[in-house]
Design a protein around this ligand. Structure first.
Ligand code: GAP
Length: 448
């Protein structure tokens, strides 16, 4: 395929995904009725469930599934001294260039050629543009009131290192994890939610004894890579890439990116970095508070090194959407093709759709509603749908990524059985109504 044809196909795939996101209620442009706001997005009823499931799976894997990691939920606005000490006030910037002709703005380090990608015009000299959003805390408008929206969740783990270690009597090696919003005034926002100004991070700082840091980096890069595989991402579209020395962040001794082959090419999903004692040392110096750890066994005192797996919830959700999207052509015995989201059931927004065969049959409707209530009682996210033909309802659930559809038909009224249809194989089997929730739960567990 020629390069331009490949680009068109990639564009086409992304626009189909964006359109499915809007049509089915995954993701909308923020403030759409006012023309939208650059790079800001709202998650709709299906999107919010998908992102919650991504975060839930991350938390299960990184926090609840282990003894040595605990969580926090810190404030988004922190003392500005945190960002001075961490180097963000002076160093968290991108090189910005302007086109002299059409006045558009670009990140110099993202340009393939030193000219405007839009009109070919000449560019200005680069100047550093700080990515942090600032605002004022309290009634004063002077500089002393300036605070920042956090550009990463990580710093809260560093400044709470001793609080958590002492309150929870954690022994090194141990980790502190957090999921929450971060904000960056990105110059280039691109590829739908991939790079936006407001996004959620899933980060964990793992404090280790210096000298053991290389092996822990190996451990976490593999663990994080396998998390994506386990949740169903295509193995041939995932890779681990070690950073070249000149692309590492100023604090990193070594770093790997988990990358995915998106429709526009290989790009970052998550970074796993060895941050050494950079942050703790900076905060110790700036705050004047000792942040070292005393090892009761060896009687040594030291500043721990830190291994940081830093992932993005929006980026992971987008990757899982892209990876799950499939257009199945018509086949023998099925004259219409279909669009299906083959999401891992653990990530699927709706686990089971409950469908009465006919909406104007009171008995079918009542039975279907009873079944859906059972799912609610067991906290399994189910959805009741009676509108349109059964075929159209199946098609809607395939597009929503719902792994199982349960249909109440006339036989159900006689023998208390229903059909369960698999999204992936489209095969149906009959199960008893009493077994409906248990069957879905055990299928979900089989994937977990
Ligand atoms: N604490 C380290 C750190 O923040 P990062 O590579 O800048 O490292 C970590 O960010 C992850 O956060 C990225 O791999 C990505 O998944 C997500 N992320 C970063 N900037 C983003 C943006 N502008 N929009 C969406 N996600 C972003």
């Amino acid at each position: 395929m020629s390069d331009s044809k490949k680009n068109d196909a990639e564009q086409d795939l992304m626009s189909k995904i964006v359109s499915l996101c809007k049509r089915r209620g995954f993701i909308f442009q923020s403030s759409e009725i006012y023309g939208g706001l650059r790079s800001c997005y709202d998650y709709g009823p299906l999107g919010v469930e998908l992102k919650r499931n991504v975060k839930e799976q991350w938390w299960r894997s990184v926090v609840h599934g282990r003894e040595d990691v605990v969580g926090i939920d810190a404030s988004i606005i922190m003392s500005p001294k945190v960002w001075e000490a961490s180097g963000h006030v002076t160093g968290f910037s991108d090189p910005l260039v302007d086109c002299r002709k059409c006045k558009s703005r670009w990140r110099e380090d993202k340009l393939a050629e030193p000219k405007c990608p839009k009109c070919g015009g000449e560019l200005t000299e680069a100047r550093q543009f700080n990515l942090m959003f600032s605002t004022k805390l309290g009634p004063l408008e002077d500089d002393s009131a300036t605070v920042y929206l956090r550009p990463e969740t990580a710093q809260a783990m560093f400044v709470n290192f001793l609080n958590v270690q002492q309150a929870y009597r954690m022994k090194i090696p141990f980790g502190i994890a957090q999921v929450g919003k971060s904000f960056r005034n990105e110059i280039v926002v691109e590829h739908f939610t991939f790079r936006s100004c407001e996004f959620e991070q899933m980060e964990m700082e793992f404090f280790v004894k210096p000298g053991t840091d290389d092996e822990w980096l190996e451990y976490w890069k593999e663990a994080r890579f396998n998390w994506y595989l386990d949740l169903g991402a295509a193995p041939d579209k995932l890779r681990l890439r070690r950073h070249e020395p000149d692309e590492r962040a100023h604090y990193a001794k070594d770093c790997y990116d988990v990358e995915y082959e998106y429709p526009w090419g290989w790009d970052e999903l998550e970074g796993v970095a060895n941050r050494t004692d950079y942050d703790l040392a900076k905060h110790e110096k700036a705050s004047g508070k000792k942040l070292s750890y005393f090892d009761p066994q060896t009687q040594e005192r030291y500043l721990p090194y830190v291994i940081e797996p830093a992932a993005g919830a929006d980026r992971a959700a987008l990757m899982f959407l892209v990876d799950a999207y499939e257009e199945e052509p018509p086949s023998e015995g099925r004259k219409n093709g279909r669009t299906v989201l083959r999401l891992d059931p653990r990530l699927a927004p709706i686990k089971a759709a409950v469908l009465p065969l006919k909406k104007n049959d009171e008995k079918l409707v009542a039975k279907a509603r009873e079944i859906v209530q059972e799912f609610f009682l067991h906290s399994v996210n189910a959805f009741y749908d009676e509108k349109d033909s059964i075929g159209r309802r199946y098609a809607r659930q395939d597009e929503a990524g719902t792994p199982w559809c349960l249909t109440v038909d006339f036989q159900s009224l006689d023998d208390d059985t229903i059909t369960i249809r698999s999204r992936d194989t489209m095969e149906q089997e009959r199960i008893s109504v009493d077994e409906a929730v248990k069957t879905v739960e055990s299928k979900l567990r089989a994937k977990a």
